[in-house]
Design a protein around this ligand. Structure first.
Ligand SMILES: *Cc1c(COP(=O)(O)O)cnc(C)c1O
Length: 240
């Protein structure tokens, strides 16, 4: 009985990896060109650790407080658990100082004010932070992220943020979008990435963080390099 969650998580991890590899195959892409960010927001630190032990090296959290709690638990373990944390949700400016030391990448850079505050803290701490700019490609006011024009303006100022490494874009498709609609939205993010790379050749913007459990195939077809997978990894473990 005590082994059961571990077994389930190992099976889920293998299934997700296979599904992502199959989607790459369908899209004519190298499976190594897509990294899986395991989203741990549905579970506590114990199950998150089992996911890491199953082979998931990058874990994404969408809330700073949950990230801190998990990091603290991980650090309290006798044997270190090798994990890289990505922040994938909105980061309030007053939570930067406590979050920055723990993360390798922020997927959800969504304002110039946040960029300025991150720059100040990263520079103070003497480190570089990889960031993705979150784009609201459909310009839907109910969605998070910057409209395309503001993404451009932010990247045009990139040299003011010397401690931030702008590495690409992050986006979510409209909730309950049909697969063709999701695909189309992801394609526009990809097109934006191409246009921005041309406009700002001094920046290196290879990453596209897009696709979740329900739409990662469409995202991979459109060029995703990071897929953020939550629910599929915890199948059989929640609501028991
Ligand atoms: C929850 C979440 C995900 C994962 O979504 P699933 O549908 O559970 O796979 C991905 N990205 C962000 C920003 C999230 O908050």
């Amino acid at each position: 009985m005590s082994n059961q969650p571990q077994q389930i998580i190992e099976d889920n991890w293998r299934t997700v990896k296979d599904d992502v590899a199959e989607a790459c195959h369908q899209a004519g892409r190298d499976p190594d060109s897509v990294r899986i960010v395991g989203v741990s927001k549905y579970v506590g630190p114990e199950l998150t650790a089992l996911l890491v032990q199953a082979g998931c090296q990058v874990v994404g959290e969408n809330r700073p407080q949950s990230l801190w709690n998990k990091v603290q638990w991980f650090e309290s373990q006798a044997t270190p658990i090798p994990v890289r944390w990505h922040m994938i949700g909105h980061l309030q400016r007053n939570k930067i100082r406590r979050t920055l030391p723990h993360i390798n990448c922020l997927h959800s850079l969504d304002s110039v004010r946040l960029a300025s505050a991150l720059q100040a803290e990263a520079s103070r701490a003497g480190r570089q932070l990889t960031v993705l700019v979150e784009v609201n490609v459909t310009q839907d006011p109910s969605k998070t992220g910057l409209p395309p024009e503001q993404v451009r303006q932010l990247l045009a100022q990139a040299d003011e943020f010397s401690s931030l490494k702008f590495s690409g874009l992050m986006a979510m498709s409209t909730q309950a979008a049909s697969p063709p609609q999701a695909r189309q939205e992801f394609e526009s993010v990809r097109n934006m990435q191409l246009a921005l790379s041309e406009e700002f050749p001094e920046l290196d913007l290879p990453e596209l963080s897009m696709g979740m459990s329900g739409d990662f195939c469409e995202a991979i077809q459109a060029g995703a390099t990071l897929v953020r997978i939550g629910s599929s990894l915890w199948r059989g473990l929640l609501d028991r």
